[in-house]
Design a protein around this ligand. Structure first.
Ligand code: SF4
Length: 325
């Protein structure tokens, strides 16, 4: 069953201009962070959004949990159109959808104890009184591996390591038993040696609570470990979507191939075409015409600079946006 469906979602951020720039030109400029993306996430699925920083994946996550309002498009969550829902309508849904941010330190109030931070959502949503919330928070501390729980309950964020803080953030999100989580680069600011244990913890919750997850990462190797389906984003567009094994074993878009070329350890025994992109990611204020990858793509043909490729179905639940297919 489909839990989340996103259609033709767009978000452009207006560019702040200086006084001089406003005098020279009155034309408004926008950063096209998310520019017409569509996908679905089924119940119990981990759907990863992968791409370089600035490709629009974090904005997509924030739009879905409605921390941002889209410019256009449609977001349907659990059968409800939440695209332009007001805060009052969103409040009951916030219990069902939570977000885990990249920076665990910035996600926690430095003046609040760990236990109170975990218990707080239960009190805010009127699910438990103070005593029950404390008990549930202690249970959750054990669940996320922070023991003895009484000790961690009284601690403050600055007394914990990065890995422990991210466990607290996960505990705070999971205490409401949400149906859906957006995990935005949850391991990228954590010591490499601790990343696997945080991913394992997320997978434990996925299994125990039949959790559905949008997992945002720049790292295809991490996406490979955790995902059922992967969507690759480039400059505000989705360029390829496929089940994870299909994507890794049979990448079709030159950008996905380039990302995989830089991750040699994913499937070491496989020999695959190496693609190296030219130059840097172009400015999202003025993205290239036609296919946005064309100035960097070594396989570009004349049509690529003129016509934007649409996502096409190529079999095996695999979609690609490239004129060569
Ligand atoms: Fe490269 Fe053209 Fe395909 Fe874009 S459409 S990825 S420029 S070949």
């Amino acid at each position: 069953m489909v839990l989340l469906s996103v259609s033709n979602l767009k978000k452009y951020f207006p560019l702040q201009k200086s006084f001089i720039e406003r005098v020279i030109s009155r034309r408004k400029q926008y950063v096209k962070a998310v520019d017409g993306i569509s996908f679905i996430i089924r119940e119990g699925e981990v759907f990863s959004l992968v791409g370089e920083s600035g490709c629009g994946k974090t904005t997509t996550g924030r739009l879905i949990v409605r921390l941002e309002t889209p410019d256009s498009g449609k977001i349907v969550f659990d059968g409800k159109d939440i695209t332009f829902a007001k805060e009052k309508e969103l409040r009951p849904l916030r219990r069902k959808m939570q977000i885990i941010f990249q920076d665990p330190y910035a996600s926690l109030n430095p003046r609040m104890t760990i236990g109170d931070a975990i218990a707080e959502p239960l009190i805010i949503h009127g699910i438990a009184d103070k005593r029950e919330a404390r008990e549930k928070a202690l249970e959750m501390l054990v669940n996320v591996g922070l023991t003895p729980p009484e000790l961690f309950y009284k601690a403050y964020p600055h007394q914990l390591s990065g890995g422990q803080r991210q466990r607290v953030v996960i505990a705070r999100a999971m205490i409401l038993k949400p149906k859906f989580i957006v995990a935005d680069e949850p391991v990228s600011m954590i010591d490499v040696s601790l990343r696997a244990s945080i991913l394992k913890l997320l997978m434990k919750f996925k299994k125990d609570f039949n959790l559905t997850m949008l997992f945002i990462t720049h790292d295809l190797a991490v996406a490979r470990l955790i995902s059922d389906v992967v969507a690759v984003m480039y400059l505000g567009k989705i360029v390829e979507i496929a089940p994870v094994d299909e994507l890794v074993e049979n990448p079709l878009h030159p950008y996905t191939k380039a990302l995989l070329s830089s991750v040699p350890t994913i499937v070491p025994q496989m020999k695959r075409e190496k693609i190296i992109l030219k130059g840097d990611v172009p400015n999202p204020i003025n993205p290239p015409s036609g296919c946005r990858l064309h100035p960097r793509c070594p396989l570009a043909i004349e049509r690529c600079s003129k016509e934007e490729p649409k996502l096409k179905y190529v079999g095996n639940n695999h979609y690609v946006a490239c004129h060569l297919l």
